[in-house]
Design a protein around this ligand. Sequence first.
Ligand code: NOJ
Length: 432
Amino acid sequence: MRSFAGDLAGLVRRLDHLERLGVDAVWLSPVHPSPNVDWGYDVADYLDVHPDFGTLADYDALVAEAARRNIDVWLDLVPNHTSDRHAWFTDRPEYYVWSADVPNDWRSVFTGGSAWTWDARRKRYYLHQFAPQQPDLDWWNDDVRAEFDAILRFWFDRGVRGLRIDVAHGLVKDRELRDGVEHMRNRPEVHEIYRRWQEIAAAYDPKPTLMGETYVLSLPELYPYWQHLDLAQNFPFVRAGFELGQLRPIVEQTMAHLPPDRRAVWFASNHDHSRLATRWAGGDEAKIRAALFLLLTLPGVAILYQGDELGLEDGRVPPGRVVDLADPPRDPERTPLPWTRSGAEWRDPWLPLEDTSRNVEDQEADPGSILHYTRDLIRARRGLDDRSYETLPSPDGVWAYARGARACVLNLTSKPQVYDGERLAPWEGRLV
Ligand code: NOJ
């Protein structure tokens, strides 16, 4: 939100853009009070809004305004860990994972060092998969489960229609704290939590959607999450290169394993990964359009990260302006969205806004722009059968797939190709 519109009131003012784009929902990265060691992913209070973003009343106003435009609001729930400034870390130490000594070889994602840090107050080590300021909760503790039941109800009562669940694969740790990363994440006991959350969600109409940040690197590890999550984010897809040989097998296998009551979910940029316009397309406009064509014509749910609709590339962030704790920092994919060429709408943004050549104002005025292309694709996808995927025979470098009665054809090469008598320009996607 910091880079899209600054705060909740700013987001309300930008809803026109989202409505014209034709999205069904907007997922906000964490909005809660936070010391921002990890920019909101270190939550100090799950039941309030960070003053930088506004108040609960501003949040209610957003939900109401978005609903008038048929846009659902989704929140980012961070249940794996809290901030060390959360009152629980002082008042309810039993909510966290402790050990008298360093019990295993688990490593912190951010420091690369041990995931255990000594707490002088408690005279014990506590676990943190991420920064030391992000202590992991103990999901074997029933009181922790009950706290989150109440947090879910609080937000569902306030109109949240979906949750993106942070570190959805990592909540439950091996009870015996055995060595090996496979005992720190992706444990089978985690699914029970989502079964329970579905029961809570089922009391609401429409039932809020549960989408997991299921950060597993192989597809077979992903499939179990479809038991109880409505949507399981596909990281093998986002991490693949923009090549037919890498992407098509991922799509084929995902669709072949997808249960009939689940939908696939595709994305190619987010606040942790270089934007698709840079990582997949190297800034090349034709390739950016090809990436958007693929994302928006695959069956299921497509997530656009802010700026994807403009073909926005990663921003340049000089070392003196870096604010992220990760190495390498994730600031380049988090730079502000250029709404105008002058950039005057951003006064003193948290990250630099340097390149405004791809901006909303100019692309709005140009029917040939990437923004219009994205909108046209979103409109077109509404006419496609949502469930089916079938690879069609095609020449090398061309990806053809049936979506019900329609076919999608995408030239993933820098040379012209011919498919079924039709000439495709380099990187051209076409619905036939
Ligand atoms: C995944 C989030 O997307 C990322 O931004 C964050 O740093 C980690 N989880 C820890 O919460």
